[in-house]
Design a protein around this ligand. Structure first.
Ligand code: 3PY
Length: 250
């Protein structure tokens, strides 16, 4: 019923030339894949060339952040309108690195979700608990707050175009992964929260798993009932390893 979405998150990696080289290789490796949405999140500087590099293929491009205004005196920022104009289709929002290093609040992330929807693109809203939250038994509570506040005032109709990425913070860049059972349990809890907000639309919403997803663990994570794809960090930097994850999602 739901289509798996496999999205790379390159973070602050790759020059334009490196981005184009990787995407050109990736396009070839996944050209026959059907039934999976394939997305690469690239840094701002590479986006324009990245969109051109994947033109006519089954790979789409995401930005990794945005400012929630369409234009104006916001030195150094980039708007949804600008990203839409160059052909970006998705925007990763509220990644734990942005919450941690740039002090992004749920309220600010909610403004971004609304601005991205208003511009006609798909937000990928990241949520996830820290190690201390999990150890204190607060996993469900923390994720519920991030989902409810991040999606405040969003309608069920709009929710159809939103992707959630559950990324346990303790599994990001650490090589540690939630076991498939642990991940499934939290995905199910998140879907229950979405059901209480959006009713049956929650059954259509994609919930990706993120946090050290790699070719070796992708298949068993993706086999879980409420895991509908992945947001992939390190393993998305190389075309071969990312393509293996895409193939595991077929
Ligand atoms: C990771 O897998 O490290 C990520 O943060 C994906 O967003």
């Amino acid at each position: 019923m739901r289509t798996n979405v496999i999205a790379g998150n390159w973070k602050m990696n790759k020059t334009n030339a490196e981005a184009v080289e990787m995407l050109t290789e990736l396009k070839g490796l996944v050209k026959d894949v059907e039934g999976v949405k394939i997305v690469i999140g690239a840094p701002f500087t590479a986006l324009s060339d990245a969109v051109k590099a994947v033109e006519g293929s089954n790979v789409e491009i995401a930005a990794e952040n945005v400012y929630p205004k369409s234009s104006g005196a916001y030195t150094g920022e980039v708007s949804p309108t600008m990203l839409k104009a160059i052909g970006v289709k998705y925007i990763i929002l509220g990644h734990s690195e942005r919450r941690e290093y740039f002090k992004e609040s749920n309220e600010f992330i909610n403004e971004k979700v609304k601005a991205v929807l208003a511009a006609g693109m798909t937000p990928i809203l990241c949520v996830g608990e820290k190690l201390e939250d999990r150890e204190a038994g607060r996993t469900a509570e923390v994720n519920e707050t991030q989902v409810r506040e991040g999606l405040k005032d969003i309608t069920a109709e709009e929710a159809k175009n939103i992707i959630i990425a559950y990324e346990p913070v303790w599994a990001i860049g650490t090589g540690k992964t939630a076991t498939p059972e642990m991940a499934q349990e939290t995905h199910k809890e998140i879907r229950e929260v979405l059901k209480s907000m959006f009713g049956t639309v929650a059954n259509e919403m994609v919930i990706q798993y993120g946090g050290s997803m790699k070719p070796e663990n992708a298949a068993e994570l993706l086999a879980q009932a409420d895991i509908d794809g992945g947001l992939i960090g390190g393993a998305s930097l190389e075309a071969a390893s990312f393509a293996k994850i895409v193939l595991a999602a077929k």
